[in-house]
Design a protein around this ligand. Structure first.
Ligand SMILES: [Zn+2]
Length: 233
């Protein structure tokens, strides 16, 4: 029988929930910052970040601990505020209600297709001529592969919340992409509320806590207040 995690159950035993899924919500996808593409342990914390949000919690809860292998761990530790200056409880339902005010747009994905290179007709080789001399060489258009990658925007047929819209929490405006991670964390932990424990100004990091999970999130600047669909807390 499959047991559904309950809030009380997870509070007593955090390992009942899928902590790997929580960490995976926050990893980056930038291949130039490969160290951020997987979660890691620094000192006492399990962490993951994509440079916009950072999640951290007690490393003992994470069974699949992987040590940090990059050079400068202080870059990550130094973003954690040393104090908590707020204690604002926010209901998950409040954040979900804010999401429901966001207009829906067509979801787009980039589709990469390969087609034959037109310069060499897919052969990969071209013949050069100079006077009476000729030479066969790699096609300079496709570097000898014979194919060219083409990127097209395709509609998935699904509707998604407009990513340009913002939600204001306290004094900060956030991308909905960032706040979706808080919603997902609440769902995984079966929590119905989260806490805003630190906020200093509209351009600095905010610290949210969901159960045993700490989430640091960078705000975005907006040109005018209309860009926000809702204001919480
Ligand atoms: Zn070619």
């Amino acid at each position: 029988m499959i047991q559904t995690p309950t809030e009380a159950g997870i509070a007593q035993n955090p390992m009942l929930c899928d902590v790997d899924s929580i960490l995976q919500l926050f990893v980056g996808d930038d291949e130039l910052r490969a160290s951020m593409m997987k979660p890691f342990v620094i000192d006492d914390y399990a962490m993951a970040t994509d440079a916009h949000s950072l999640v951290f919690f007690d490393k003992s809860i994470w069974e699949n601990q992987k040590p940090f292998t990059d050079k400068d761990k202080n870059t990550y530790l130094s973003v954690i505020p040393t104090i908590k200056n707020l204690d604002k409880k926010i209901q998950l339902s409040e954040l979900e209600a804010a999401f429901s005010k966001i207009d829906l747009i067509d979801e787009e994905i980039e589709e990469v297709t390969e087609k034959d290179c037109s310069d060499c007709d897919g052969d990969g080789q071209v013949e050069w001529e100079f006077g009476s001399h000729s030479k066969t060489d790699d096609c300079p258009n496709c570097d000898g592969s014979g194919t060219i990658e083409e990127t097209n925007i395709k509609l998935t047929g699904k509707k998604v919340p407009n990513p340009e819209k913002r939600i204001k929490i306290g004094v900060c405006y956030f991308r909905i992409y960032e706040l979706q991670k808080i919603i997902s964390t609440c769902k995984i932990l079966a929590e119905t509320e989260f806490n805003l424990v630190y906020q200093l100004s509209s351009n600095k990091i905010s610290w949210f806590i969901v159960g045993f999970v700490n989430i640091l999130t960078m705000p975005v600047m907006v040109e005018n207040d209309n860009e926000a669909v809702a204001h919480i807390a």
